[in-house]
Design a protein around this ligand. Sequence first.
Ligand SMILES: C[S@@+](CC[C@H](N)C(=O)[O-])C[C@H]1O[C@@H](n2cnc3c(N)ncnc32)[C@H](O)[C@@H]1O
Length: 363
Amino acid sequence: MTDQASTPPRKRRPRYRGTHPRRFEEKYKERDAARYPEEHTKILLSGKTPAGSHVPVLVAEVLEALAPKPGDVAVDATLGFGGHASALLRRVLPGGRLLGMDVDPVELPKAAARLEALAKELGAADAVRTVKRNYAGLRKLLDAEGLARGADIVLADLGVSSMQLDDPSRGFSWKHDAPLDLRMNPGRGQPAAMLLQRLTTEEIEDFLRRYGDEPEAERIAAALRETIEARRGESPIHLLSTSDVAAAVELAYQGRADRLASEAKKSSLQRTFQAIRILVNDELTALDAFLRDLPHCLAPGGRAAILAFHSGEDRRVKKAFQAGVESGLYARVSKDVVRASAEEKRLNPRSSPAKLRWALRAG
Ligand SMILES: C[S@@+](CC[C@H](N)C(=O)[O-])C[C@H]1O[C@@H](n2cnc3c(N)ncnc32)[C@H](O)[C@@H]1O
């Protein structure tokens, strides 16, 4: 018999974790740009977005449209990574301030910390305030912040951020197999997997057409419905995964193996995920409310700029701006959309679909 009391406890050797981290959070060096600046720059120059960040689109054009100046009150209604917001903050100081909003509780604290650090560096620690809020509630927020007169500048860069797309746990992309969620605020509403199971084939087809202009909507809807039926009885969140959506699109293209079909399939995948995201986050309802209130959120002479990423959004922005001119609320609006240059598209392919429009509040 061994004397257990006198045997020192055996120390476990730390487990070898291998050279390839398994967890997404540990995976990419460029996530820590301060520690690995070279990795970060190398990825940017190769036309890719470093993991955990978002490259802001049309920055020079947005700044030209908004003409921020020292002393201005600026609102970034879709903070994301805070790229546009940082550029605005630099220009409204000294004397100005920045109010940033976003619905995403995962990314917002990180963006807030970055902007607060920048404000401090620029000698204006109190110039930034960030709030977790839907931009549909901007007017109420301005009232609550003592800004009922309106902001000098409002920017909205619609849609999804690269951080949301790249984080496998959030189910925004077919590139990672995960439960189909796609909520920008995971604390509200229902994940896509739960929402879709309640829809008929016709209803799925309808939203794929309306929010994605998807030509293969009928086949994709039928394939999705079939998967849902086959999984009846399983836990609702596990009913559909991102790979199931990819498989449904694959099925819609069955028997078409040429290069054109392969390109078309990739576009169908993008449009299908976009349509599900718009449905799950009720994005167009929020956009309509925002556009209706926008002129009343701007001080006389204030400027707004909106970046849209698909025709459904851009049509709404164009119509709302035109209506604002007709009613005298806007003095001027952009005649044409502003698009990314060929160089920007090459360096940041996510800028390709971006359409910028601006409006100037009547004085
Ligand atoms: C394209 S990203 C913005 C990127 C940002 N301009 C930058 O430079 O990093 C869009 C952001 O809008 C947010 N968003 C989407 N719908 C929203 C809404 N209705 N209200 C507030 N934020 C919203 C998303 O969570 C996402 O972070």
